[in-house]
Structures are given as structure tokens and as C-alpha cells.
Write a protein that binds this ligand. Structure first.
Ligand code: PMP
Length: 402
């Protein structure tokens, strides 16, 4: 076979930047030594309802192995409507499409609304796979800053004016944002809807963590403020509440949008796995789901507190962090003598020292935020969190001394 012939890649293939986060999973899998894993944003095995999921899979033997409806299994959609109404959100069957994880929801959103060169507002920092998906459709990403109340929506008109373009989409993670853990305030939620209307831009509302609030009061979802708004594209997933390997999520969108999303999904994968959907349905109707989520909350609350305490203990004066009220992540910014360090450059040493995180630049469009990093507190026990943060502190202190 001739090896010198190059495959004729489409120009579009140059837009596929890959995922720093997913690459780090492979890197971590290769390591032989003990590593405290603050890198991945996934529930640990012991916090996945494995036995009940196994039961849900065997209990769905009667499930079909044929193609299913692209929209998703009708009984699962009914169950999703139930979950949505528990959040106080109005929806209806013709708004829902079951997706292969939250990622497919994001892919559908950017595919339907972004042409090459279109301006898409993204949070800075934000979930890197979200940026990567937007980029794969040629988006011109406009990073917009985030503070402890989420995306600084008030800053958007001026940032947008400087581009000379009108945004086509605003990608936001309103609750316990990935990677910072911050939550968009009510006033900003209202303003965001106003701005989207002014610009005729889609709001891509990505909310994998919203039900995992372990402190404070729930804020209304964007769809609670603007029910059934045609510019709202809600992306949801069970990955963080149940288990990511199920690859089960959904979108909740205007019926006209759903009609096109169905066509797009037919051109991707026809339908999400039917036996998996049936197992998820069994699990959701087993009554274990609510108990499971209720059990997770105090565990995550304790883990977050353990991480804040460990940062104070081992990195006092060298780092500040956010203080999330839910979700999986906190964002650590180096300061003082550590302020000039580069978390990407530091990563190999940290890994050797037995701790893994995701460096800040992975979450930005321009490789900035080099003195910051994301820590996932959800995956490790409080004792392991202390070990991990103390290892991170040794790496940082060694780098300062060097
Ligand atoms: N959006 C955000 C903000 C996420 O954190 C994740 C998972 N890391 C996803 C989407 C993707 O979800 P899924 O694994 O269900 O595709």
C-alpha cells in the first residue's frame, strides 16, 4: 500500500482542534503511580449508582434492539418532561430531542446557528469542548469575562460593538459554570435574554450541573424567566447526575428548531442507542434517581469544603479560589509569589508529584489565564483532596524557589 499518498482532508478538518480535557484522560490512563485526580469532571465510580444501573439494564430486556425514533424513545421523553416540570419549567413533547450526551446537544446548537465567521459570545474561561464545537463550525469566538456572578452580561454590548458584528449565539453555562463553579445572577439572566432579543442571537444554555446545588437557593432557569422562548436552546445531560458513560442527554427547544435538529441528528446517528435509552428510562422510573441526587449533595458539599480548607492550609497566600454552591469545579488563581507561574508549564511536574488538574489556558480562546487552573472536587474523598492539594502546593513552592 503506498504510504506517500496524503488523504484529501477537507478545509473544515483544520477547524477540529481536539479536546485538552479528553487528551488528559488518555495521559492519566498511562500513568503508573498514585495520582490524585482533580482533572476530569466526572463523578467517581463510588458515586455512580452502578448496581441500580445494572438492574435497569437487565430489567430492560424487553427493550427493542431496532432503530428508534430520532426524537428519542417516547416514554423516555415523557420522563424528561417530568424532570423538567420538577424544575418548574414548562415544556412539551414536541420541544424535546434525546441526544447522545450533552456534547451532541452542543453540536446540534452550533450546527444549526453558526456559519463560518459568525460571532459567538463565549464565557472566558469556559468549557473547552464547547469552544471546540463552536470552532468546528467556523465560529468567530468573542470571549467575555466572568466574575463571581457569572458572565458579566453588562459588559457585552461594548465588547460586541468593538467587533462590528452582531452575535449569532451566546454560549453560557448559567449554573456552577465549568470551569469556575460560578452561577449567573438573576439580574444578569434577565439582561441576557434582553440582549439576545436585541441581537436576534440564540442563547445556548448548557446546564449539566444545575440540579447539583448543595448550598444556597436555586435561581430560576432562563426558561423559568422566559418560558418557551424561541431564542433559547437548552442543552441537558444526565452525565453528571447519573453517569457519563450512558451518553444520554436532551435538548429542549422551540418546535421549529427541533424539526431541524431532528434532520441534523438523522444525518449523524439516526437515533441515540435504544437499549441505553430504555435502561435510563427504567432507572429514572425506579424511584432511585431522586434519592441518588439527594445523596450526592452533602457529599459534594463536604468535598468542596475540604478543598477550600486544603487550599487555605497548603496554599494560603499563594492562591485564591471561587466558592461554588454546586457542581464539580472550583477555579484557582495563583497570586503572591506564585502569580507569575504558568500552570501549563507546571503540569508535568505536578503529574510527577502525583496530582492532576486542567491548566487555565485550556478554557480560553487565546491561551490566556496561564496563572489559573481548574480543580474538580467531586471525584476524591476529603482525605484524598488534602493529599492532592498538598502535592500541588509542593509543586508550586518548588517552582517559586527554582
Ligand atoms: N457541557 C458542560 C459544561 C460540561 O461540563 C460537560 C461535561 N464535562 C458537557 C457539556 C458534556 O456533557 P456530556 O458528557 O453529557 O456530553
Amino acid at each position: 500500500m503506498p504510504t506517500q499518498i496524503a488523504p484529501p482532508f477537507a478545509d473544515r478538518s483544520e477547524l477540529l482542534v481536539g479536546s485538552v480535557i479528553d487528551a488528559s484522560t488518555a495521559l492519566l490512563a498511562e500513568q503508573q503511580h498514585d495520582i490524585v485526580r482533580f482533572a476530569m469532571g466526572a463523578p467517581s465510580e463510588d458515586l455512580m449508582p452502578i448496581a441500580q444501573l445494572d438492574e435497569a439494564f437487565t430489567g430492560s430486556r424487553s427493550g427493542r434492539y431496532d432503530y428508534g425514533e430520532t426524537e428519542g424513545e417516547p416514554r423516555l421523553r415523557a420522563q424528561i418532561m417530568e424532570l423538567t416540570s420538577q424544575r418548574g419549567i414548562e415544556t412539551s413533547d414536541e420541544r424535546l430531542l434525546v441526544t447522545t450526551g450533552g456534547m451532541q446537544g452542543l453540536d446540534l446548537a452550533f450546527k444549526l446557528f453558526v456559519d463560518p465567521g459568525d460571532l459567538v459570545i463565549v464565557e472566558a474561561p469556559t468549557y473547552s469542548n464547547g469552544n471546540a464545537t463552536a470552532l468546528s463550525y467556523g465560529a468567530d469566538l468573542l470571549p467575555a469575562p466572568v466574575d463571581e456572578d457569572g458572565l458579566i452580561v453588562e459588559a457585552l454590548p461594548e465588547l460586541v460593538a468593538r467587533t462590528g458584528k452582531t452575535p449569532r449565539a451566546i454560549y453560557t453555562i448559567p449554573n456552577f459554570q465549568n470551569p469556575t463553579g460560578v452561577t449567573l445572577s438573576l439580574r444578569r439572566r434577565e439582561l441576557l435574554i434582553e440582549l439576545a432579543e436585541r441581537w436576534g442571537a440564540m442563547i445556548i444554555d448548557d446546564d449539566p450541573y444545575g440540579r447539583l446545588r448543595f448550598e444556597g437557593e436555586d435561581l430560576p432557569d432562563l426558561a423559568g424567566i422566559a418560558p418557551k422562548h424561541p431564542l433559547l436552546f437548552q442543552v441537558r445531560t444526565l452525565s453528571k447526575m447519573i453517569a457519563p458513560g450512558l451518553r444520554t442527554g436532551w435538548i429542549d427547544v422551540d418546535p421549529a428548531v427541533r424539526a431541524l435538529a431532528v434532520n441534523a441528528k438523522q444525518a449523524m446517528d439516526t437515533c441515540s442507542s435504544v437499549p441505553v435509552q430504555n435502561a435510563v428510562l427504567n432507572y429514572l422510573t425506579s424511584g432511585h434517581f431522586e434519592t441518588h441526587v439527594a445523596r450526592l449533595k452533602p457529599i459534594y458539599r463536604e468535598r468542596k469544603a475540604a478543598m477550600l480548607a486544603a487550599v487555605e492550609r497548603h496554599l494560603g497566600g499563594l492562591a485564591t479560589t471561587t466558592d461554588p454552591e454546586g457542581g464539580f469545579f472550583l477555579w484557582l488563581t495563583l497570586r503572591g509569589d506564585a502569580a507569575g507561574l504558568d500552570t501549563e508549564a507546571l503540569f508535568p511536574a505536578a503529574l510527577r508529584d502525583g496530582v492532576a488538574y486542567i491548566p487555565g489556558p485550556a478554557f480560553t480562546v487565546d491561551g490566556s489565564m496561564r496563572n489559573a487552573l481548574r480543580l474538580c472536587f467531586a471525584t476524591s474523598s476529603p482525605a484524598r483532596i488534602d493529599v492532592g492539594v498538598s502535592r500541588l502546593a509542593s509543586t508550586i513552592k518548588r517552582a517559586i524557589a527554582a
